[in-house]
Design a binder for this molecule. Structure first.
Ligand SMILES: NC(=O)c1ccc[n+]([C@@H]2O[C@H](COP(=O)([O-])OP(=O)(O)OC[C@H]3O[C@@H](n4cnc5c(N)ncnc54)[C@H](O)[C@@H]3O)[C@@H](O)[C@H]2O)c1
Length: 279
């Protein structure tokens, strides 16, 4: 066993991953499995769950892959019951499920707000309420990781309720982290910025100017990769982050740090657009 495997301590542990069959979640599942983690996945996309089940099987990974809706508390509860039966332990919970639509707040209605709160916040509460008592009873500690967003940490015009719901997850994680710290259970978030995933590019196709946009808007001059996010989830699940709790890892190529500074062609870093961009 190498240094990382030994210090990481992931081999043989069990992770529940909601939304773990596509996009960022799929990368999380594969990376945890590659580190010897037994994965229990719930995903609403039946084709993606079939594909994931097959690939994990081909790679010889012990996994439980279910098709279902993480917004439904009974479905979540049934997944945890199945994990109890299969492996009798839960060490990691990764809440990946989330999503949004773009609209000015005044064009939105309570039905839309409820939908955004359910898809971004409520299932996180349900999943944590199922994971934490199991982790406490086992007495081995655990790690809970929520996928939030940079929009939880800045204004997000057109995404007000999404941004509020993800900020609520961030604050919930902070408080839960303190409540369960004596049990050795850690609670953290990873906050991506723009990370193209199949669903995302289907809803909002990229233009051919996207690479130029990335060079201006993202300090590291490129979009995120799903593996940028999943690598950080593996770190937060592992013993390497054993003393890290109640915090957010910003996996955004520096956009949160830049806080509005843009790297304009010719003009370089500016907080205001250069004259050439306005003519
Ligand atoms: N992709 C980005 O640029 C980006 C940026 C910031 C934050 N995020 C956050 O990262 C997370 C994942 O984003 P993504 O782009 O991979 O999303 P995605 O739409 O590809 O969803 C990931 C997986 O979740 C599944 N899923 C969706 N709703 C579900 C439900 N109700 N129950 C079970 N499974 C469900 C999907 O089928 C998919 O396999 C979200 O929480 C999102 O808010 C993404």
């Amino acid at each position: 066993m190498g240094w990382f495997e030994e210090r990481g301590g992931l081999q043989g542990t069990v992770a529940v991953i909601t939304g773990g069959a596509g996009g960022i979640g799929e990368a999380v599942t594969y990376d945890l499995a590659a580190n010897g983690v037994r994965t229990a996945v719930l995903d609403i996309d039946d084709k993606a769950t079939d594909r994931l089940r097959e690939t994990l099987g081909e790679r010889g990974h012990d996994a439980l892959v279910r098709h279902g809706d993480a917004r439904d508390p009974e479905t979540l509860s049934a997944l945890f019951d199945a994990v109890d039966e299969w492996w009798g332990r839960v060490d990691t919970l990764v809440n990946v499920v989330g999503g949004t639509f773009r609209a000015p707040f005044t064009d939105t209605r309570p039905k839309g707000w409820d939908a955004l709160i359910r898809i971004n916040l409520t299932h996180v509460l349900h999943a944590c309420s199922l994971a934490v008592p199991r982790m406490q009873a086992a007495g081995r500690g655990g790690s809970i990781i929520n996928v939030t967003t940079v929009e939880a940490h800045r204004a997000a015009p057109g995404f007000s309720v999404y941004s509020a719901a993800k900020a609520a997850v961030t604050q919930f994680a902070r408080t839960l982290a303190v409540e369960v710290a004596p049990d050795g259970i850690r609670v953290n978030n990873v906050a991506p910025d723009y990370t193209p995933t199949p669903n995302m590019t289907r809803i909002s196709p990229e233009s051919e100017l996207q690479p130029e946009r990335n060079r201006v808007a993202i300090p590291m001059a490129r979009a995120g990769l799903v593996t940028d996010i999943s690598g950080c989830v593996v770190f937060l699940a592992s013993g390497l982050s054993g003393y890290v709790t109640g915090t957010t890892l910003h996996v955004d190529g520096g956009t949160k740090a830049a806080a509005g500074w843009l790297n304009w062609p010719d003009a370089g870093w500016q907080i205001q657009p250069p004259d050439t961009a306005l003519r």
